[in-house]
Design a protein around this ligand. Structure first.
Ligand SMILES: *[C@@H]1O[C@H](CO)[C@@H](O)[C@H](O)[C@H]1NC(C)=O
Ligand SMILES: *[C@@H]1O[C@H](CO)[C@@H](O)[C@H](O)[C@H]1NC(C)=O
Ligand SMILES: *[C@@H]1O[C@H](CO)[C@@H](O)[C@H](O)[C@H]1NC(C)=O
Ligand SMILES: *[C@@H]1O[C@H](CO)[C@@H](O)[C@H](O)[C@H]1NC(C)=O
Length: 382
């Protein structure tokens, strides 16, 4: 075979060889010109000489990618692109969905009742009770449980529960904004303030920051590649609020969801821990719609003690000055986990102007209920 082939080539007439050489030369030169870094990117470059980034550039001309996207990524991105442009049905009574993730009964249900009272029609309540059926005292909570599964701290089941809540809340087309809360969260603003803050914003309030330390980037493993790169890996509190478009994107996502499900969980190889509830949504939206999220959470939490769990307020800690202080912050801290912890500050910009950061707060011991009720009821300034 080899010999036959060689014989065949040597028999070719010299003119033909020359022609081929010229064509070959032209191809090389053109390819070189088009790939010279100083030449502006031209779409024609894609058709012949280089496959790198072409499809990707044609589909997403306004976004920079450092590599060719996989088929699955392109599928995911086109869906997301359309969903981002989708405008929710203009219903007459847009509502905020309050989604509670709790092991059982809610210690602050009485306070939430006070919060909701008089605003019927502007909110809906969903409860995911992962351990035992809650006992309710408020009519706003009775019968609002959704199907629930057990959730242990830090497990991926947490993200599954968030999705379950979103899916149930999305069934109601009047729900335009979605808030995730825990049993230890309390409102620190009156309903009207919260409603306008969430309903008339153009972003989702999802905390998102870069933590180069062991409890941030240190949790990333290479199995997340190529779709999730270290440079895109982000951290943030799980207590989000979300626009309807973003809630649908979360439900539609299976690519990144699966990546995190298998490669960001406690007790991975080498004893490594990763907690999807702190990384999945910040990373997802950092990649898919960075300008569409606030980067801070509207739920206050105090990590300044530097322990494994945040500071928890007891009844004796609750007074007017403390509550006033919580409502007055206009920038929000993010603490990184390096040896020399740094505190990054995000100014709380709402529709282009600086606004108070927080609508809710955690964590509180159940004995704080009476004092919280007192201040919530008797103070108009919070
Ligand atoms: C947001 O800001 C723009 C410009 O200042 C203003 O026209 C618009 O009404 C604001 N939106 C809300 C919901 O306040
Ligand atoms: C959030 O941070 C991203 C960068 O990570 C930035 O592009 C975006 O504008 C920020 N969002 C707001 C509302 O400032
Ligand atoms: C939100 O509104 C502000 C102020 O009008 C604007 O600067 C920003 O680009 C908007 N963001 C989005 C995601 O629409
Ligand atoms: C409001 O203050 C009055 C007078 O101090 C008190 O009797 C009442 O219980 C307070 N309301 C609540 C909900 O705590």
């Amino acid at each position: 075979m080899m010999i036959g082939l060689r014989k065949y080539t040597t028999k070719r007439p010299p003119t033909l060889i020359l022609t081929f050489s010229v064509i070959f030369f032209v191809i090389i030169v053109t390819a070189y010109i088009y790939s010279t870094p100083t030449t502006p990117q031209r779409p024609e470059k894609c058709s012949f000489y280089s496959s790198e980034g072409c499809r990707t550039r044609d589909l997403f001309p306004n976004t920079q990618f450092s590599r060719e996207l996989t088929d699955q990524e392109i599928e995911s991105r086109v869906v997301v692109k359309d969903l981002l442009n989708f405008v929710p049905l203009q219903t007459t009574t847009p509502k905020v969905a309050f989604m509670f993730m709790t092991p059982g009964s809610l210690p602050f249900e009485k306070l939430w009742h006070l919060f909701f009272q008089g605003h019927e029609g502007k909110f809906s309540v969903y409860v995911h009770a992962s351990k035992e059926k809650p006992r309710h005292i408020s009519k706003y909570f009775i019968g609002r449980e959704i199907h629930s599964e057990p959730v242990s701290w830090g497990s991926f089941a947490m993200v599954e529960a968030e999705r379950r809540l979103l899916a149930n809340a999305l069934l109601d087309p009047d729900n335009h904004h979605f808030v995730l809360l825990s049993d230890s969260c309390v409102p620190i603003r009156h309903f009207e303030f919260v409603y306008s803050y969430l309903m008339y914003t153009n972003v989702s309030f999802i905390e998102c920051f870069l933590d180069p330390g062991p409890h941030g980037n240190g949790r990333f493993i290479k199995y997340m590649l190529p779709e999730v790169e270290l440079k895109d890996f982000r951290k943030g509190s799980q207590w989000f609020t979300m626009k309807r478009q973003h809630a649908i994107i979360v439900i539609a996502d299976s690519l990144y969801y699966t990546k995190f499900k298998y490669h960001c969980r406690p007790n991975m190889e080498g004893g490594r821990n990763c907690y999807s509830d702190e990384h999945y949504l910040p990373t997802l939206f950092h990649m898919l719609d960075p300008g569409g999220i606030s980067n801070w959470s509207v739920t206050y939490v105090d990590w300044s003690e530097g322990k494994w769990h945040p500071r928890t307020f007891a009844g004796r800690d609750v007074n007017y000055d403390v509550l006033k202080a919580l409502t007055s912050f206009d920038q929000s801290p993010h603490i990184t986990s390096e040896l020399k912890r740094t505190i990054l500050m995000t100014p709380c910009m709402w529709n282009g102007s600086k606004q108070p950061c927080y609508l809710f707060a955690r964590k509180f011991y159940p004995d704080a209920l009476e004092r919280l009720m007192y201040f919530f009821y008797n103070t108009t300034t919070i």
